[in-house]
Design a protein around this ligand. Structure first.
Ligand code: ADP
Ligand code: MG
Length: 250
């Protein structure tokens, strides 16, 4: 199976002293979904921003679909990386209605794609609404549709579900998984919620203090709990999951 993403010895320091990301090496197979989990400040967003080309690494290389995007000699602009990005804070254009937000970069079959996307996010009737008129969950779905509309090779989502209510989140998770499998897009998403990972991901990557603690298929996770760092991380995430279950009961 070919790799959609190959990362080698990737490092990033913002201040030249402390490393937000340190010597990270991993690969993602084409079509796979990887959940990145780790405590706040562990370097999750930095990793995604480096892959997207929004930050310049201090060392290492990033290869997407066999093409080097960044190494010691070159850096490819974000728009030429064939990645789709969804941020936690949505980053929608406030002065444009939903339809134009989603359709912003679409070149071919614009109307058709737009209708598909609106349907997909269950917002057919919101085409002319403005971001300020939407709920947080709706904004997030528009941001997702905007990224998917460009048919990216690799979709990167930074805590995409954290502002959604539980019911919507569960639906959206399933929808995303279906879409991603259907179109064969590969995906990396950041989450704090073990349920997100279990529900969607094929594999999981634990980050701690900028280092990869573990990267394995979801199915292998139970065998890795002897690793103390991973164990405590899972315990913490389980706690979040239990909290969610409690909320769902009410
Ligand atoms: P996470 O997404 O896991 O919470 P981040 O990648 O945002 O972690 O941050 C990793 C580390 O890098 C943190 O110590 C954070 O303070 C630092 N950092 C992140 N972005 C910047 C930035 N733009 N300038 C300086 N330091 C940053
Ligand atoms: Mg972050």
């Amino acid at each position: 199976m070919s790799h959609i993403l190959d990362i080698k010895n990737l490092s990033k320091s913002y201040d030249g002293k402390n490393y937000a990301l340190s010597e990270c090496t991993f690969a993602l197979d084409t079509g796979k979904i990887c959940a990145v989990v780790g405590e706040s400040g562990s370097g999750k967003s930095t990793l995604i921003r480096l892959i997207a080309g929004l930050e310049r690494p201090n060392g290492g290389s990033i290869t997407i679909k066999g093409a080097v995007m960044s190494d010691d000699n070159k850096i490819t602009a974000p728009q030429n990386r064939h990645v789709g990005l969804v941020f936690q804070d949505y980053a929608l254009f406030p002065h444009l209605p939903v339809a134009q937000n989603i359709g912003f970069g679409i070149k071919a079959h614009k109307d058709e794609t737009l209708q598909q996307m609106l349907k997909l996010i269950k917002m057919d009737t919101y085409a002319s609404a403005y971001p300020s008129e939407l709920s947080g969950g709706q904004e997030q779905r528009v941001a997702l549709a905007r990224a998917l509309a460009l048919n990216p090779e690799l979709l990167l989502l930074d805590e995409p579900f954290s502002n959604l209510d539980a019911a919507l989140k569960s639906d959206l998770r399933q929808e995303i998984k279906q879409i991603v499998n259907q179109v064969g897009t590969s995906m990396i998403f950041i989450t704090h919620d073990l349920y997100d990972a279990i529900d969607i991901a094929d594999e999981i990557l634990f980050l701690k203090k900028g280092k990869i603690q573990l990267h394995c298929p979801l199915s292998a996770l139970s065998k890795s709990t002897e690793n103390q760092a991973v164990k405590s991380l899972i315990d913490e995430l389980k706690h979040n999951a239990e909290h969610l279950l409690q909320l769902l009961k009410h």
